[in-house]
Design a protein. Structure first.
Length: 265
């Protein structure tokens, strides 16, 4: 695979994340602010989605840092490391940013023959539930936060109200993995422009190692095929990357998370 194809794949992975942030911001009363050289989500209900995107030219790193210091811009930044290049990353460092977390952009090219998709196990499949419009998402959210943060947030009720709005949107499909009435795993897929963005694949700590995450992702891949998707994309954590590789996802490149260094803001 050549560098141009890797770059396109990594940009597709980041673009789906950005579009998801735009959508949830619009549903929560936030908006996207565009500046020359960068843009960011402002005043979204979920702080982690108030993120700056698309620093297209290194010379705008200091301008973004100043907006963050004054509280105007979001205090986090995502970059496609393949597209950004060394000059942009050097400019970020010089402007006072630090790279605090890195994910891997990954892509699953959809096969023409559905028999080439990862095979679903009937027993495991029976534990997956699609959350329909109007369903409570409280247990899904509790499991999601336990999987990723290890605790349930104090503002769960507000988050629940927002996600119920999101679940009314026909471009989203939320899934839970349930046993004996208990939600053990979460995932959702966001469809846009022939791409399925796989998000929030998490498992409660006590249920890890049982293939729950793989089961959820397999199900999403089969749904994406039915939706005539060209590919599915995601951003993998170090823990999740081996799971996705076994399912046939290809590594595109790093997606880096930046913030201003401690004490600057």
């Amino acid at each position: 695979m050549n560098n141009a194809e890797l770059l396109r794949m990594n940009q597709a992975s980041l673009a789906n994340q950005i579009d998801w942030c735009r959508k949830i911001a619009s549903l929560s009363g936030g908006c996207e602010v565009r500046r020359e050289g960068y843009s960011y989500i402002k005043d979204a209900a979920l702080e982690r989605l108030c993120t700056a995107f698309d620093l297209t030219k290194p010379q705008y790193a200091r301008a973004l840092a100043e907006e963050i210091r004054t509280g105007a811009a979001a205090d986090k930044l995502l970059t496609d490391a393949l597209a950004a290049g060394d000059s942009t990353e050097q400019a970020l460092c010089e402007a006072g940013f630090e790279n605090y977390f890195e994910q891997t952009g990954m892509v699953y090219p959809m096969p023409e023959d559905p028999s080439l998709l990862p095979r679903e196990d009937a027993e495991q499949l029976s534990h997956i539930r699609l959350l329909k419009d109007g369903d409570s998402m409280e247990e899904w959210l509790k499991t999601f936060h336990l999987a990723f943060q290890g605790e349930i947030p104090d503002d769960l009720d507000a988050i629940h109200e927002l996600y119920k709005k999101v679940n009314q949107d026909e471009t989203y499909f939320f899934f839970s993995y349930e046993e004996n009435g208990e939600t053990l795993g979460t995932s959702f897929v966001f469809f846009l422009n022939g791409v399925g963005g796989v998000h929030a694949v998490g498992t409660r700590p006590e249920a890890r190692g049982r293939g729950i995450a793989s089961t959820l992702v397999k199900h999403i891949l089969h749904l994406a095929y039915q939706q005539n998707c060209i590919e599915c994309v995601l951003q993998a954590s170090p823990m999740g990357r081996p799971v996705y590789e076994r399912l046939g996802f290809l590594t595109a490149g790093p997606i880096r998370h930046w913030r201003l260094k401690d004490g600057i803001r």
